[in-house]
Ligand binder design. Structure first.
Ligand SMILES: [Ca+2]
Ligand SMILES: [Ca+2]
Ligand SMILES: [Ca+2]
Ligand SMILES: [Ca+2]
Length: 330
């Protein structure tokens, strides 16, 4: 109980920044934040797996109000958020690996009811799932990746309104890490693919019929931890690259026209012990970082100041050591 209260409070703290500052359920670089009632304010999805309770809270202006609640929410769901029916309100993709169920679920905050838009009970157990607008701009799709099998699938709506496989490759490399983002700013989600074993990074964008390589580097460091966000505010996704081992933090931006990448900020004495959570926490349109040193109990908000420097904006050395932090709902 204590833990869930802490978790909950933390969600409130972080999300209340967003609720004031975000006016879209989709950030400018294509990342999703929760807005279940489509009022332009960021809501909170709280999911208690121990009791099977799912709750959506919306900010009324002075307090959180319950927009929706379910006591019989399955305890085994993985939750992925997106706008799957394209109505401007956030929905969920619920994935129960154990019994191979995938379900698109939409909730209606007016009637307080939920509705299944699509369900499949023979979903593969081995998918890693990513949400984006890969082939079109309106309705969210899934990128499914079976790393062991080397299979990649775009799963979305076809022209007849069926939610199904739109693209599949059985020769997808087995060693990719996948990071969705809109790296060329065309409103469609691209994928940053990172092969740590080879030190290869590349960006794939959907051309209309197939994936095309927008950018590639064969000299990408093998030790980066990647965080996607729009750090310079030009509506194209960039990356924050963090190399714990050698204490380097770097903001890296890719120019899809010239096919070049460059560091726009770098620090070689970055702490080794940070957990990193990106988000437009300051509401400037530029992604900031929430840095959390769990062992030390340090919390830091790191972002651009008014003078254009990327630096510490806020710090607490008495940040609780037991928080779980979410800036996006997975
Ligand atoms: Ca809302
Ligand atoms: Ca929707
Ligand atoms: Ca794109
Ligand atoms: Ca950018």
């Amino acid at each position: 109980m204590k833990n869930s209260l802490q978790l909950f409070l933390c969600l409130v703290i972080l999300t209340s920044f967003h609720s004031i500052l975000f006016s879209y359920n989709k950030a400018k670089d294509g990342t999703y934040y929760a807005d279940f009632n489509g009022d332009g304010k960021h809501d909170l999805f709280l999911y208690d797996k121990t009791s099977g309770t799912g709750i959506v809270w919306g900010w009324s202006g002075t307090k959180w109000t319950t927009l929706w609640e379910a006591d019989r929410f399955r305890k085994t769901w993985e939750v992925y958020l997106g706008d799957f029916d394209g109505n401007g309100k956030t929905d969920m993709f619920l994935y129960d690996k154990g019994n191979r169920t995938g379900m698109l679920y939409t909730i209606n905050p007016k009637t307080k009811k939920g509705k299944t838009l699509w369900e499949n009970k023979s979903f593969r157990k081995t998918w890693d799932i990513y949400v984006g607008n890969f082939t079109q701009k309106r309705k969210s799709e899934l990128f499914l990746y079976d790393k062991k099998a080397g299979t990649g699938v775009i799963f979305g709506w076809d022209k007849t309104g069926k939610f199904k496989t739109l693209w599949e490759s059985k020769k997808f490399r087995k060693t990719w890490d996948v990071y969705p983002g809109d790296f060329n700013g065309n409103g469609k989600t691209d994928m940053f693919l990172y092969d740590k074993t080879q030190g290869v990074g590349l960006v794939w964008g959907w051309s209309g019929a197939k994936w095309t390589t927008l950018w590639e580097s064969k000299k990408f460091r093998k030790t980066w931890q990647v965080h996607v966000g729009d750090f310079n505010g030009d509506r194209r996704s960039d990356m924050f690259l963090y190399d714990k081992g050698n204490k380097t933090g770097m903001v890296y931006t890719i120019d899809p026209k010239t096919k070049k990448g460059k560091a726009i900020w770098e620090n070689k004495s970055f702490r080794k012990t940070w957990d990193i959570y990106p988000g437009d926490i300051t509401g400037t349109g530029k992604t900031a970082l929430f840095l959390y040193d769990k062992k030390a109990g340090d919390g830091v908000l790191f972002g651009w100041n008014n003078a254009g420097k990327f630096k510490t904006l806020w710090e607490s050395k008495k940040f609780r050591k037991t928080w779980s932090v979410f800036t996006k709902v997975k």
